[in-house]
Design a protein around this ligand. Structure first.
Ligand SMILES: Nc1ncnc2c1ncn2[C@@H]1O[C@H](COP(=O)(O)OP(=O)(O)OP(=O)(O)O)[C@@H](O)[C@H]1O
Length: 215
């Protein structure tokens, strides 16, 4: 999956307000392949900022500034037209679909033809070190295997930026290190500008990039 992303994710003087008070104020450019960590106390607006970037923030929030992805403003665009991928801590796989079915569901509509689609799913399974798992029931996967499939599913939708909302918080400490490396390596390899929300300073240290604190 080569990166065609050139200018990254720009948050130009983005402000989010709620109930008459300013919750978030950021001015930030995340370069392609860069992972920026966002920390701050509970309620400081971290998830609200991710929601604003995705276009899913409820109307009661007041927003100002510009979100620009790869040179294009996302203002007014529907969530599905933004090319922003998001990975949550509770990323659930569809239980009624096989592992391969879950991955195929996420494939961009640009990938046409059954053979092409199957090849992309198999490539994703190989990248996740899960060759031969296409027909497995997701309920039979370990936590780490599920986390890897959830990331591959996001990547198959060919996002131009990735948001991580506490993606490792439910994993035990051994697995956490492994999945962290897996996710960060793929973000870099795909040249994705990545914004990660976390409460764990170790996540920020492992990402090795800038850490922004919302007060
Ligand atoms: N759907 C919503 N409607 C109204 N207020 C909301 C909604 N979602 C969040 N809030 C409020 O917005 C503020 C910021 O919440 P947000 O979830 O962005 O914080 P956070 O920093 O991500 O917190 P946490 O670390 O606990 O996940 C909080 O005061 C919260 O109560």
């Amino acid at each position: 999956m080569p990166s065609g992303i050139k200018t990254g994710l720009e948050l130009r003087d983005v402000r989010i307000g709620l109930d008459g008070r300013e919750l978030v104020a950021v001015d930030l450019v995340i370069e392609p392949g860069e992972i920026v960590t966002l920390m701050g106390p509970s309620g400081s607006g971290k998830s609200s900022l991710l929601g604003h970037i995705c276009g899913t923030l409820p109307d009661q929030f007041k927003v100002a500034g510009q979100v620009i992805l790869d040179g294009q403003s996302l203002d007014g665009k529907a969530p599905q037209d933004r090319h922003v991928g998001i990975l949550f801590q509770d990323d659930l796989l569809f239980p009624h679909l096989s592992v391969g079915g879950n991955l195929a569901f996420a494939l961009s509509t640009n990938v046409r033809g059954k053979a092409n689609r199957r090849a992309r799913v198999e490539e994703a399974l190989r990248s996740a070190d899960l060759d031969g798992f296409a027909d497995r029931d997701p309920a039979t996967l370990s936590g780490g295997q599920r986390a890897r499939i959830a990331l591959m599913r996001v990547l198959l939708s060919e996002p131009c930026a990735l948001l991580l909302d506490e993606p490792f918080s439910k994993l035990d400490s051994d697995l956490r290190g492994q999945i962290r490396s897996f996710v960060f390596n793929l973000c870099r390899k795909n040249g994705l500008p990545t914004l990660m929300v976390t409460h764990d300073p170790e996540d920020g240290i492992a990402a090795g990039g800038r850490v922004i604190n919302l007060a």
